[in-house]
Design a protein around this ligand. Structure first.
Ligand SMILES: [Zn+2]
Length: 466
């Protein structure tokens, strides 16, 4: 019985761990490596195991850094089941389709470029839309709290991780001969008291915990203060006489923004605005959220009950087609536009920036992480000019950054999640850059917990480890 750390050990993306029990192989996640110059190459590289010899995959949640290499796994011979929460499966469908569309477009662009420069070699997309759809046929859904024997000697229970809809921590009971071990894989753990989602849940005890550490060394800004700030930005924006742009990730953040707007509709004076959700992907994700409203926390369930079809915002307009999106560009003032991509690297938000960023009466509200090298980061960093669709645009609009919206728990949330597990089991930390993982390790050790940071390629003998 052994566990091998493969991806997301010493870094944040590419989550994948390999469990061997009774000669069978199980993957915990099969995520895409994101960011970094060599990421495309690394994603295309061979797995360090034979994909055809993998018996099953257990998926913690739908983010692409946890599920993005599933189509490649299938292409290379995997035909076993993929276990996931039902809402997770529905979001994977959206996210993999989006990933495939982008990969196909990137490959096309690269092939055009090569042709022009006389290079006859062609690149293939990492995976196609068809391949993304094929892997969904392998999914088997498991609700939270239900025990299921996924392989002989492997019993699985998913518990709500409170990170995005359908996200789970993975609780396993492993049997091999006389040996029994209880292993917990945290997946990505959300914040306690975040809107829409339930709090991260824990369970009845474990011999070993594999835990994420994305924000293991940090405290998030207070959520109430963030909400207060969001409200005052919108109230002030009304007097500015322009538009408000909110670059947003389609899954999770867009729904959270809609929730905040709906629940503060009167207090923030939103009746005077037209609110646009200008993203087919975010609209689809919102529909998935709505379909699985049984997973919402109590307040959000009441919110859902007020409108059966979509978020209860009387002036919300769903903009699906390109024509509908372009029509928004003709509105001089009074529009709040939620659109992707979240870091302004592409998508419809780029067109809205082109029309509004140079106008001092407009506001741009960032609510998510802006990676180095992205247009979003350049704007947030206070650059005077940014290049949008090939044109330099002067940044004249007011720029705001909301610090407290995060899908990930901070150090306090992670400790709170861990400490609810009885028996203080030993911890291996994954899914964090070294400073964050070290920070959480030190905080755990200060509480007398045996904690270590995992490195890629490390193999633990579970018989001996616990
Ligand atoms: Zn995640």
């Amino acid at each position: 019985m052994q566990l091998e750390f493969f991806g997301a050990a010493g870094e944040v993306t590419g989550s994948c761990h390999i469990l061997t029990v009774g000669g069978r192989r199980l993957l915990l996640d099969c995520g895409m490596i994101q960011g970094g110059a060599a990421s495309d190459e690394r994603n295309r590289a061979a797995f360090p195991f034979d994909a055809a010899q993998v018996d099953a995959v257990i998926l913690s949640h739908a983010h692409i850094d946890h599920c993005g290499r599933l189509p490649l796994l299938r292409n290379r011979g995997f035909r076993g089941p993929v276990y996931a929460n039902p809402a997770c499966r529905d979001l994977v469908r959206i996210l993999l389709a989006d990933g495939a569309t982008m990969a196909e477009r990137d490959a096309e662009r690269e092939n055009r470029r090569r042709k022009k420069s006389g290079d006859a070699r062609r690149v293939e997309p990492l995976y196609t839309l068809e391949e993304a759809q094929a892997v969904l046929q392998l999914f088997r859904t498991v609700r939270y709290g239900h025990a299921m024997e996924v392989l002989p000697g492997v019993e699985l229970v998913f518990r709500d991780a409170g990170h995005i809809l359908g996200s789970a921590s993975v609780w396993l009971r492993l049997n091999e001969g006389a040996l029994e071990r209880r292993l917990v894989f945290s997946g990505d753990v959300g914040q306690f008291d975040s809107p829409i989602l339930c709090d991260p849940e824990t369970g009845p005890g474990a011999d070993l915990v594999l835990m994420e550490s994305t924000y293991g060394d940090r405290r998030h800004r207070d959520r109430d203060a963030t909400r207060e700030e969001f409200g005052s930005i919108l109230r002030a924006a009304r007097d500015d006489g322009g538009n408000v742009l909110i670059p947003s990730f389609a899954v999770g953040r867009s729904q959270e923004i809609l929730y905040e707007l709906a629940t503060h509709f009167e207090a923030w004076g939103l009746a005077d605005w037209q609110i646009f959700l200008d993203s087919p992907m975010a609209i689809e994700a919102t529909e998935v959220y709505w379909k699985h409203a049984n997973l919402f926390d109590e307040e959000a369930q009441q919110w859902h009950a007020r409108s059966r079809s979509l978020p209860p915002l009387p002036n919300l307009k769903l903009s699906r087609t390109a024509d509908e999106s372009m029509a928004i560009n003709k509105i001089p003032h009074g529009a709040i536009v939620i659109a992707g991509s979240g870091m302004c690297t592409g998508g419809r938000i780029v067109h809205h920036l082109k029309h509004n960023l140079g106008r001092p009466e407009c506001d741009v509200v960032f609510s998510g992480f802006q990676a180095q090298g992205t247009t979003g980061r350049a704007i947030v960093d206070g650059r005077e000019y940014v290049r949008i669709l090939g044109e330099p645009i002067k940044v004249a609009a007011r720029i705001h950054t909301l610090g407290g919206f995060s899908a990930h728990g901070d150090q306090q949330d992670l400790l709170r999640w861990y400490e609810a597990i009885p028996g203080r089991p030993p911890v291996w930390l994954v899914h964090g850059e070294s400073q964050a993982a070290d920070g959480l390790r030190d905080a755990l050790r200060a509480k007398g917990v045996r904690a270590d940071v995992a490195v890629s390629g490390l193999t633990l003998d579970l018989g001996a480890a616990a």
